[in-house]
Every structure is written in C-alpha cells, then in structure tokens.
Design a protein around this ligand. Structure first.
Ligand code: ADP
Ligand code: MG
Length: 414
C-alpha cells in the first residue's frame, strides 16, 4: 500500500472554499494511486465559532480540571472531521472518521501536553483496505486507560507525523496558509523567500525559535524514521518545502547555508535580580522550577541574575520572588529575535554584523547570546518587527533562495 498523510490546518478547513481546495488535494493523491489519511485541526482561528481558543473561552478555565479541559478541547477536531467527512461524501468520496484514540494514538496522561507513546495503525489499515479515505481528528490521543488527551499547541502536526511513521507513509503533507517554510514569517517580512528544501535539523531550529509553521516535536518524530514532510499551501498546487535529511543538491546543508532564517518569539518579560551577599541564583531557579515557570536567556554575573519568562508567567514569577524577600526589576513586552543557521559557528563576523545592523536601526539590545547555530537578541516588543526585517535584509535572505546563491553569499561573508 502506498500511503500519504495529509494534514489540514485550521484556516484550511474553515469554510466551503477552503474545504474544496483540501478536497482537490485528496482527489489528486487518490488519482496518483495513494491511500489517503487526512488529519484535521479545529476549524478557523481565534474568534471563530469552533476554533480551539473559542472552545476554551466558553468556560472559566480555572474551574475545569485538565482532564475535563481536554474533553472540551477535543471536540473542535471532532466537529471539523465530521464536517469534512460530510463534504467529501457529498462529492462521492467514501470516508471514515476516527478519533485520535480510535486511530491508535496512545499517549501518556499529561493532560493538555500529552506525549505520544505509541501508535497502533491496525484500525486505519483496515479502513484503508476497504477503500475509504480515513479522516483522523488531530491534536488528540488516548491513554492506555481510555482517557482522552490533547497534545498541546501545534499538536495536529504531531498527530500527522506520528501516523506517518506508524503507517510508513511516503509523505506527510502539512497544508497551511503559506507557501512553505520561509526565511522569515511572511506576516512580518514581505520579502521572505520560500525555502524549497531544508533538513529536519534546520526546520527544528527554526521552529523551536518561533517559526510556528510546524511544531518541532512533529519534525523530530518524522526524522526518527526518515519520513519526508512537505509543508505546502492549501491554496496552490506547488510543492512547498520538502523536509528530509538532505538538501536538493545532496550536499550537507550546514556546510553551505550560512543563515536559514530569522525568527521571533514575542510576549516575553525580562527579570533582573541583584546578587547581594547571599548567593541567590540557585534559590531563584529552584523556585522557578517548582512553580513550573520555564526560564530562558539566563545570564548570571557577580552583580546580577537576569532571565526571561513568558508574559503569561511574569506575574507568578514576581510573586514568588517577592516572597523570597528579593527586589526584582521587570521589563515587560520584550521579544526574542533569532538569527538561525548552521553556518554561524564557522563565521566569526556574524555576531558583530547583528549588533551593527540593530545599532544602525536604533534598536537597543537588552540581552544577547549565541550558540553554534543561533544568535539571539532580546529587544523591546515594539521593535521586534523592525529588527527581524533589518536582519533579514542584512543577510541577503530576500534573494538568497537556492543553493548556489547561498554558496556565493557564504563566500562573500568568509
Ligand atoms: P495552521 O493553522 O495551518 O497549522 P499555523 O498558524 O500554525 O497554521 O502556521 C502557519 C503560520 O506560520 C503562517 O501563517 C505564518 O504566519 C507563520 N510562520 C511563522 N514563521 C514562519 C516561517 N518561517 N515560514 C512560514 N510561515 C511562518
Ligand atoms: Mg500549526
């Protein structure tokens, strides 16, 4: 059996016009001889009737346990799958709808953020054998004791690649509202370019640092079995971005591509605590951990401890620190802007170039750090867009679209 998994995101299934586009993709692959497994997200984005965020807003979430919240949230995909099923049936395509649990997705019991433990594809295979298109509700699974769980933000991407691996699919196609993985978020950078082929590693780096076009966990799952992912537009026929462990040219991309893209993470708060005679750093990070507050951008020196938390967690973090008799300073509405690329490590000038570019734009760097594949800067939230655009331009990403271009650019920088 040649199997293909097609995942349709929220904006791809939110109305008649988009559903008809999704159906064209299903029909084409049936014609190409594939057995098709569809994974759907809840319909639409925040504010629309059956979107995940809307479902969350129908209750006061403090009065709902995580288990019950997952039951509520899982209905968004159930509605979406049923609607898409009826649409395909109306157009002569036989379908079966399966929940995550029925599709064999077994998770742990971390409600709201469950991890996929295993996938038993038996039921899907049976349905495919009888000639049906199988529509699976994304973003959800079931524990061994039969509890419904959800997989966290971007969870439908994870459903799709986990099924792709279990079914040994030829491709997992993630359909969305952009052409593919781009050199920056096209909502911020008009000139962002499509990356036709990237490695699992590169796209994971981009995704962890804020490019929310695919969830990084989904990429890691596909990578384990080398299942190719294609990120494509629902609204066109183009191939989008192919994610494998190779580039088009079979060259090791880390040797060739200096910078893959620029990403951003908004809504961060920077916390600063003076180090007095007592050694506060260990206490601070232990307290944050106990409260389940994840910290990032940690800088510790003799006089102060500096780190960032998400805006959502900021108040809680400040409360905890006050209880510890500390006097923290907080700077709200910050954003992390990252320059991501496997070639950074080899080229000593990149960080200086980042600093100079932002200085020219009068953008203050609140904090900076680097690793062998990334340079991060923390800036004020209002300056995030300007910073992303300036860095995108500085590194020539508006035109450096193919292998040869990257190579030339790299030679120039070296
Ligand atoms: P879906 O509902 O289909 O899963 P998402 O909103 O999760 O869609 O992901 C698609 C969005 O990701 C795009 O609309 C785009 O704004 C955003 N995005 C952020 N960074 C990038 C990037 N580097 N390349 C492409 N899209 C990006
Ligand atoms: Mg998504």
């Amino acid at each position: 059996m040649r199997i293909i998994v097609q995942k349709f995101g929220g904006t791809s299934v939110d109305g008649e016009r988009s559903r008809s586009k999704c159906m064209e993709h299903v029909k084409r692959e049936i014609k190409n001889g594939y057995q098709v497994v569809v994974v759907v997200s809840a319909m639409g984005r925040k504010g629309e009737p059956y979107a995940t965020d809307t479902l969350l807003s129908v209750v006061e979430s403090t009065y709902l346990s995580n288990r019950e919240k997952d039951l509520l949230l899982s209905t968004g995909e159930l509605i979406s799958a049923s609607v898409f099923s009826s649409y395909l049936c109306k157009n002569g395509i036989a379908t079966t709808v399966l929940t995550g649990g029925q599709a064999g997705i077994v998770t742990d019991d971390q409600f709201g953020e469950a991890k996929v433990l295993s996938v038993n594809p038996q039921r899907i295979l049976e349905e495919l054998k009888s000639g049906n298109v199988v529509i699976v509700t994304g973003f959800q699974g079931q524990t061994v004791t039969g509890e419904t769980t959800t997989l966290g933000r971007g969870g439908s991407d994870t459903s799709a690649t986990a099924l792709g691996v279990a079914l040994n699919a030829e491709f997992v196609d993630i359909f969305t509202d952009v052409e593919g993985v781009m050199t920056a978020d096209p909502r911020i950078v008009k000139e962002a370019q499509l990356l036709k082929s990237v490695t699992y590693h590169e796209v994971c780096n981009l995704a962890y640092l804020g490019a929310k076009v695919i969830h990084p966990r989904a990429v890691e799952i596909a990578q384990q079995k080398n299942i190719p992912i294609r990120i494509r537009s629902t609204f066109s026929e183009s191939m989008g971005t192919v994610i494998t462990n190779k580039t088009e040219t079979n060259h090791n991309v880390f040797k060739e591509r200096l910078i893959t893209g620029i990403t951003q993470t908004p809504n961060l708060a920077q916390i600063k605590i003076m180090q007095d005679s007592r050694d506060v750093q260990a206490e601070v990070f232990r307290a944050m951990e106990q409260q389940g507050i994840s910290v990032d951008f940690v800088n510790v020196n003799e006089s102060e401890v500096v780190y960032t938390v998400s805006e959502e967690m900021a108040e809680n973090a400040m409360r905890v620190l006050a209880k510890m008799q500390l006097r923290p300073e907080i700077k709200r509405n910050c954003a992390k802007v990252s320059v991501v690329g496997g070639g950074i490590a080899e080229v000593p000038g990149v960080i200086a170039q980042v600093v100079a570019t932002l200085a020219k734009e009068n953008i203050t760097i609140l904090q900076a750090a680097d690793s062998h594949t990334t340079i991060w800067v923390l800036v004020e939230g209002e300056q995030m867009g300007k910073a992303v655009c300036a860095l995108h331009k500085e590194f020539g990403l508006q035109r450096a679209v193919d292998y040869l271009e990257f190579r030339k650019l790299r030679q120039k920088v070296l």
